[in-house]
Design a protein around this ligand. Sequence first.
Ligand SMILES: *Cc1c(COP(=O)(O)O)cnc(C)c1O
Length: 439
Amino acid sequence: MRFAGTRGEPAVGFAEALFRGLAPNGGLYHPTSYPDLSNLFADLDPEMPFVDLAATLTVGLLGDELGSDTAEAIARRAFSFSPALVKLDEKLFLSELFHGPSCAFKDFGACFLAAAVEALGPPDSRKTVVLTATSGDTGSAVAQAFSGREGVEVVVLFPKNRVSPLQEKQLTTVGGNVTAVEIEGAFDDCQRLVKSAFASDTISSELRLTSANSINLGRLIPQAYYYVDAWLRLRGASKSTVRPVRFVVPSGNFGNVTAGLLAWKWGLPVSGFIAATNINDVVPSYLKSGIFSPKDSVKTHSNAMDVGNPSNFERLTALFEDREAMREVLTGQVVDDNTTEEVIARYADTSGRFVCPHTAVGLAAAERELEKARDSGDDFVVLATAYAGKFREVVTKASGRNVPLPERLRSALELPGEAIRLEPTIEALESLLLDRYAT
Ligand SMILES: *Cc1c(COP(=O)(O)O)cnc(C)c1O
């Protein structure tokens, strides 16, 4: 596969796109063509472990460029965890994506990226610095995925007072090669700073910057794999009748749903995607009105989706001829905080199941769409993006019950955190990076 920038930049291979992060004019790397994997999908064994599925897909997609052995090795080193498909109702399923090291779906992208950076770099003497902005989960996933890897430094920017206390602990307690930086601003400021840092000649002459947020192709590609996994498990479970599947994707920066659309472009039989947002609804409004108008983000219960100017919108538009074509596969649903709380409480009451606020947004959207599609016979798969205990305050308040924390999160809470405070200016970030890492 070859990847060109969304702003007219020329095509490069996977490894180059991985280390560049952003294309030279500020565009995002995006496939120039879509391989047809429908035969490969049809031949998959519904019993195969996720890591084997990931290895097969990585070889199918990147084997030509990287060689089959390297492609397979990256997938095998990345995934020590798997998605789990859970049946909630006759037509409603959850794909639990929170069984990795940071208990959120971003582990899939981050672990694959870390394995790829380790396997494919560093190509010259500059130090490799992974720079990423997080609205919550990216940072901890990246921090865990890269922790202790030789020759790689990690810098995570997070917005002050906009991540949950536990997320903050997860970011600030890794230490070692991982530096947490608290920005006096919102997530959009963090994202703008990362973009400016990549455009800075001062930085690139001294350091090899690599992005690790959802704009990096090395995170995007593996996120397509769990859509294939969910489809495969459904196929395995239904045996005789294979029903069309619709994915409901809690969305903020729109990397996740973009990855799903890639899987669909490669031939995965999906009848539609529903992007579920909180009231930060620029993409659902675009789908309705045709006008894309980025805004400042608003704080909500599902804070990893508080994004006012989703970066991956450029990739979404690159996938389609026009908005009409996009609307044939992608629908938007907007869910407010009251509904989010109501869904959390209802699932806890009726089934004792705790869902995180992002997953609750997805469930609310799925319920509305299921109502509309009563007679369609489609199966709905909601991506469960994080473990409920990561958003303890919201889930406890909404459900009136105490949410258990998994052990790996509990231990982070005990440790003292450490973060560097920074003004939201590129000058401040430049001096920080050069002081710490330039040789
Ligand atoms: C990042 C995140 C999202 C949103 O995913 P995007 O790829 O940014 O659309 C949803 N839920 C959780 C828990 C997240 O961490």
